[in-house]
Write a protein that binds this ligand. Structure first.
Ligand SMILES: Cc1cc2nc3c(=O)[nH]c(=O)nc-3n(C[C@H](O)[C@H](O)[C@H](O)COP(=O)(O)O)c2cc1C
Length: 325
């Protein structure tokens, strides 16, 4: 029996962004949001740099590890390592279109190999007791019909997969950068909607372009959950606003308290040798759209690189937004 996880609201895996510090900060904002790591490849884990790539704090829990790979044995091995380290879910990346990832035969190009994805899923599912999920696109290149999409889902579903996170646009594997692949192909929300209608037993989480509370809550009329990426990076307090709008457990920490707790965390990280200028990245958008926001940000990005071990920079920057709670 796999444990159940609340995926009504999720922060998307984002390379270089959703590192352990970002996740720690997001967890202070919401106790209920489901957090995903950046994609970590199997070779990176198996080379022996386990702590560098998988280290995380229990305070971030529950966290899903997103794996990149297509070697069945390696994926099963890595899934087990992650389970033993305390991860709550394993997610397989079937959505990244970068050249490097394509060369390694994983990410979005795996949508062309549903049987292999099914095998990978089955091996991981067999290896661990925590849930294994898939994050995919709705298609690749000209294999973009609903029938193709359902063909992919059906193959993986037959292997026992219950949860699909769908970035609702196809990927173009040639000619577009990963960044363009997050804006150029149009969003087609009807694909995940139709999937859920066809298979109400599956858990379907929708992703792509969701950037307001209204849009997020509306999705719950069609699918089981919402995954948000860039909008949460730009405006992390939106996590709390969506959390509240979805009626998730009431929070105790105010925005000020979240910031104070994160500053304490930064001090602990600085004591371990980290630099403040890296640690401030997740909080830059905390006052997005509010008076003083620009000065808050510019104070942080100017002072933190100069005073890499001085956590007081955060409280000084807060002076620019002191009327905001
Ligand atoms: C900087 C950045 C890095 C990303 N890295 C990953 C990744 O490691 N794994 C993944 O599945 N998707 C990755 N994505 C894609 C996001 O998870 C998400 O699917 C995409 O941004 C669409 O959601 P959004 O419109 O809410 O941002 C990344 C996106 C961004 C902006």
């Amino acid at each position: 029996m796999k444990h159940s996880i609340n995926r009504q609201l999720c922060v998307a895996p984002m390379l270089d962004w959703t590192d352990r510090h970002c996740r720690y900060f997001h967890r202070l904002i919401s106790s209920e949001v489901m957090l995903y790591t950046e994609m970590v490849t199997c070779p990176a884990i198996l080379r022996g740099e386990k702590d560098k790539y998988l280290g995380f704090s229990a305070a971030e829990s529950p966290v899903a590890l997103q794996l990149g790979g297509s070697d069945v044995k390696d994926l099963a091995l890595c899934a087990k390592i992650a389970e033993d380290m305390g991860y709550a879910e394993i997610n397989l990346n079937v959505g990244c279109p970068s050249d490097r990832v394509q060369k390694g035969r994983f990410g979005a190009c795996l949508m062309r190999e549903p049987e292999l994805v099914a095998e990978c899923f089955a091996a991981m599912h067999e290896a661990v007791d925590i849930p294994v999920t898939i994050k995919s696109r709705i298609g690749v290149d000209d294999e973009d019909s609903f029938e193709h999409f359902i063909g992919f889902i059906d193959a993986v579903r037959s292997a026992g997969c219950q949860t699909f996170i769908i970035h609702a646009r196809k990927a173009l594997l040639k000619g577009l950068s990963p960044k363009q692949n997050r804006t150029v192909p149009p969003l087609k929300y009807d694909f995940p909607y139709r999937l859920k209608a066809m298979h109400p037993d599956l858990e379907v989480i929708i992703n792509g372009g969701i950037d307001t509370v209204e849009l997020a809550t509306e999705q719950l009329n069609h699918v089981d959950g919402v995954m948000v990426g860039r909008a949460f990076w730009n405006a992390p307090w939106l996590i709390r606003e969506m959390h509240d709008a979805m009626g998730l457990k009431k929070q105790l920490l105010t925005r000020d308290e979240v910031l104070l707790s994160y500053a304490e965390y930064c001090q602990a990280m600085i004591d371990q040798g980290l630099s403040l200028h890296w640690l401030i990245r997740p909080i830059l958008g905390l006052y997005h759209g509010l008076p003083g926001n620009k000065k808050w940000k510019s104070y942080l990005v100017t002072e933190a690189p100069r005073r890499k071990a001085d956590v007081r920079v955060i409280q000084e920057a807060k002076e620019w937004v002191k009327d905001v709670s």
